[in-house]
Design a protein around this ligand. Structure first.
Ligand code: C5P
Length: 310
């Protein structure tokens, strides 16, 4: 059988990781999610996702970080591609190749990033001509932070994290990420958060004006003072070493530090690129973290790369 789509070349999309500058966790909702008020910030740690027409649906994961990523129907990028094809009435299968640069189960939305990239890539491969907001609404079916990974930049998230609003942010921020050997399960960290707060009355979360003002100022010192993650005590409770990593980074000169999302990656904000190199060297030498990465933010959301001419 000849595919109607035998000709188009593969499409490659680059997608960033994210850190939550503020992650305020509200009460548990009836649907099993927590209401959130968060400020997402995309950073220059990337995955690259390539989609090409193939005989069967499938996914291959490459790179040092590939271990631990499912390559069956649990893979979120594959689910994204199949969801988009079903919505669009397309039947030709695609094979997805993911080059991992984002830590797996690290609290930096690596799986969600791949789903976002797969949507953007397949939309182009199938030549659908959709608007970004059509993709973003499909993205929210796949995960709370998938719409943000399409949008990129710095944005406020509400609902369960999927409802985005723009945030005015100036300047470039320099980050150092301390990575752990082993990932953590997001549902387990939320469950631990509920356990730790079992006796407290939890209000509906609202964004903090001080963080908004700090982002408008472009001053990393001000932003550093506003970093906050309600999941941090739960992540540290499950993995006490994260407390030691946070302390080590602050002792070595970070302006501020916070557990990224549900962890276990710890994000440190530094004054400039040079301070980032110094902190990365110090954290690496201390041996406190399994790996250390530098990055800047805000980064662009999922975007198609020009076709490589080798
Ligand atoms: O939306 P996503 O699939 O990324 O969420 C993964 C898990 O994280 C959910 O199954 C839920 O346990 C937890 N979660 C939550 N509240 C949110 C977002 C995620 O409890 N707002």
């Amino acid at each position: 059988m000849t595919s109607a789509h035998s000709d188009p070349p593969p499409v490659t999309v680059r997608v960033p990781a994210k850190v939550n500058l503020e992650l305020l966790v509200g009460p548990l909702r009836a649907d099993g999610y927590h209401s959130l008020s968060t400020v997402y910030h995309a950073v220059s740690v990337h995955d690259e996702v390539t989609v090409a027409f193939a005989d069967d649906w499938g996914v291959t994961v490459t790179g040092e970080l590939a271990a631990g990523v499912p390559t069956n129907g649990d893979n979120l990028a594959l689910r994204a591609a199949m969801l988009l094809a079903a919505h669009a009435g397309e039947e030709d299968p695609v094979h997805i190749t993911i080059r991992k640069g984002i830590p797996v189960a690290g609290g930096m939305a690596g799986g969600s990033a791949d789903a976002a990239a797969a949507l953007v890539a397949c939309e182009q491969l199938y030549s659908l001509g959709w608007e970004r907001d059509e993709l973003e609404s499909m993205a929210s079916e796949l995960g709370s932070d998938v719409p943000f990974l399409i949008a990129g930049g710095t944005a406020m998230g509400s609902g369960r994290g999927e409802l985005l609003a723009p945030v005015l942010s100036r300047g470039t921020y320099h980050w150092v990420f301390a990575l752990s050997e082993e990932g953590m399960s997001t549902p387990a960290v939320y469950a631990e958060c509920d356990r730790l707060r079992a006796d407290a009355v939890i209000p509906e979360p609202e964004p903090t004006p001080a963080l908004m003002a700090a982002l408008r100022s472009g001053d990393p010192r001000q932003v550093a003072q506003c970093l906050r993650n309600d999941l941090q005590p739960a992540a540290i409770s499950l993995r006490p070493q994260l407390g030691e990593i946070l302390q080590a980074g602050l002792d070595e000169g970070a302006l501020g530090g916070v557990v990224s999302g549900s962890g276990p990656t710890v994000a440190f904000l530094v004054a400039n690129a040079e301070a980032g190199i110094d902190l990365a060297v110090a954290l690496t030498a201390s041996g406190v973290a399994a790996d250390v990465r530098r990055a800047t933010g805000p980064a662009h959301g999922a975007h198609v790369l020009p076709v490589r001419v080798d």
